[in-house]
Design a protein. Structure first.
Length: 282
């Protein structure tokens, strides 16, 4: 659980840096891939990617010893870290209810920590590996076409897509049972992990740059927790400690609910230019 929380700290801090960079990249043109390339020119986005990389290493270690549902809830709790970091670095004022939500997330994670059993012993079937690859490819196509989406559902679709991409990463880490080069090259889960992670970054960058990012962040939390948790329990043998299933379910629900309450902290803060334009228009 320590590694899962370390991953949450890295991802939560990276979100603040990437949200600012994605907004400063500007709308421009060329689709979502071009948006990602413009964001990569921002030092904050590069720093965020570095933290994402470190968080991913922590995540891999955590997934090798904990059930997916516990790791997923911890990663969703990165929004609590985002809220605290935003309050410290960006002078975003947290209301009492939001500090309460941070406490709720911590309480949910504590319950999960007490109830979680060891990582499930099942390694998954080849069918599941190919399904994860198909999902990853579908998400990549969604990411590349994301700029064509419009309407109020845009943020939710992009957020759910990003969350599902991160969820594919969570599941496929468990489906890679050998690091030998020939085994990695012949395992569909390897390609699902790479494609799913890339699609998630494209979708998340698009969501952070435009649209209702609060809605998108809520969708991302749901996408990266519910599906992977179900796969872990049904297909990979994840279990709780004896007689503690009720506490794990409660802790999972509490942690995710607290994260959803903090979804607005996925929003990029307004730049000085945007604030000036808004004032002028008023």
């Amino acid at each position: 659980m320590v590694c899962a929380l370390g991953a949450a700290v890295c991802f939560g801090t990276a979100t603040v840096l990437q949200a600012v960079a994605a907004r400063q990249a500007g709308p421009g043109g060329g689709g979502e891939a071009a948006l990602l390339l413009r964001a990569l020119r921002q030092w904050r986005y590069i720093a965020g990617l570095g933290l994402d990389g470190l968080g991913f290493l922590f995540q891999i270690v955590a997934l090798r010893s904990l059930p997916i549902y516990a790791v997923g809830a911890a990663l969703a709790a990165s929004l609590a870290v985002t809220a605290v970091v935003a309050a410290r670095l960006l002078d975003v004022r947290l209301r009492g209810v939001e500090w309460g939500a941070v406490g709720v997330v911590c309480a949910g994670l504590a319950m999960l920590g007490l109830a979680s059993g060891p990582e499930g012993g099942e390694r998954g079937s080849d069918t599941l590996r190919w399904v994860m690859l198909a999902v990853a490819v579908g998400l990549l196509l969604l990411g590349l076409a994301g700029g064509r989406l419009s309407g109020p559902a845009r943020g939710l679709v992009l957020g759910l897509g990003a969350g599902c991409g991160f969820g594919v990463v969570e599941v496929t880490v468990r489906l890679i049972d050998s690091l030998a080069p020939i085994d990695l090259l012949t395992n569909p889960a390897t390609y699902a992990l790479l494609i799913g992670g890339g699609a998630a970054f494209i979708l998340l960058t698009s969501a952070l740059q435009r649209g209702s990012v609060t809605t998108a962040t809520a969708g991302m939390v749901l996408g990266e927790t519910l599906g992977p948790a179900a796969i872990g329990v049904v297909w990979l043998g994840d279990r709780t400690r004896e007689g503690m299933a009720w506490l794990a379910i409660l802790g999972f629900a509490v942690a995710v609910a607290g994260a959803l309450a903090l979804a607005r902290f996925g929003e990029a803060p307004e730049t000085e230019t945007e604030t000036t334009e808004r004032t002028a228009e008023g």
